[in-house]
Design a binder for this molecule. Structure first.
Ligand SMILES: Nc1ncnc2c1ncn2[C@@H]1O[C@H](COP(=O)(O)OP(=O)(O)O)[C@@H](O)[C@H]1O
Ligand SMILES: [Mg+2]
Length: 232
């Protein structure tokens, strides 16, 4: 990719086929998309339409069967395992439906874990983690473990953890899927606020259409294809 190519995320002809024995599933059947820096992208579509597969490919968790992905100058398809690991650690923040916090660590230690993995000292990471907890309104709960927090609070901690490394892209897979509607709305508003205030780029797969209110782009998937793409 040339440096003059516009956009933070550039995807062309993306295909992912899963094979098990005689069974072949075409999870993505040729997806093209471009996402600029600072976007708030919402990916909608029925179950099985390929949303999670797309996020895994964008985040370097999985590799395409065919096609090109370039994110913040990193071409995924040509990258070695070591390069992909570094890319995931330094440039991507992940938010999951079920939070995926470590139950034995308190909120602050969960948030700073990605910094420690990058080689930061605890002393250097600690104030940064505190500041992130403040961004998500949980500075008073820094010493609490996930089991002592509500679902919405745990997702706030997970959002702080995803953003602590200042990633190029935050990928969220059904981030409100386990929350009641009031708490879901708070988490939606929090992500939209962080997008505006920190300029973080979000790509969010969801069934929650409320997220679309905040979207700069809505991508609708069906059967492994992008069928509609709208600009907010
Ligand atoms: N590891 C896998 N092995 C085989 N098939 C898979 C695998 N992961 C996903 N699929 C299939 O790929 C299709 C897309 O799945 P997914 O990306 O999870 O969709 P969504 O997130 O929109 O529900 C579905 O048919 C699903 O069954
Ligand atoms: Mg999914």
């Amino acid at each position: 990719m040339s440096l003059s190519e516009p956009g933070l995320i550039h995807v062309r002809g993306l295909r992912r086929t899963y094979r098990r024995g005689q069974v072949q599933v075409d999870a993505l059947r040729g997806v093209d998309l471009d996402i600029p820096t600072g976007a708030f992208v919402v990916v909608v579509g029925p179950s099985g339409s390929g949303k999670t597969t797309l996020l895994h490919l964008l985040g370097g968790i999985d590799r395409p069967t065919e096609g090109q992905i370039c994110i913040a100058g990193q071409a995924i398809q040509g990258a070695s395992e070591a390069e992909l690991t570094r890319f995931r650690r330094d440039r991507i923040g992940f938010i999951f439906q079920f939070y995926n916090l470590l139950p034995s660590l308190n909120a602050l230690d969960n948030v700073i874990l990605p910094l420690l993995a990058k080689g930061w000292s605890w002393k250097k990471a600690n104030p940064r983690g505190q500041a992130m907890l403040q961004q998500v309104g949980l500075q008073a709960r820094a010493r609490h473990k996930p089991g002592e927090l509500s679902g919405g609070e745990q997702q706030r901690v997970a959002i702080a953890r995803a953003l602590v490394v200042e990633p190029a892209v935050v990928l969220a897979d059904e981030p409100t899927g386990d929350l009641d509607s009031v708490t879901a709305r708070e988490v939606v508003d929090l992500m939209a606020g962080l997008n505006r205030n920190l300029g973080a780029t979000f790509v969010i797969a969801t069934h929650n259409l409320e997220l679309c209110r905040h979207a700069t782009h809505v991508f609708e998937m069906n059967d492994g294809r992008l069928v509609v793409s709208t600009k907010g």
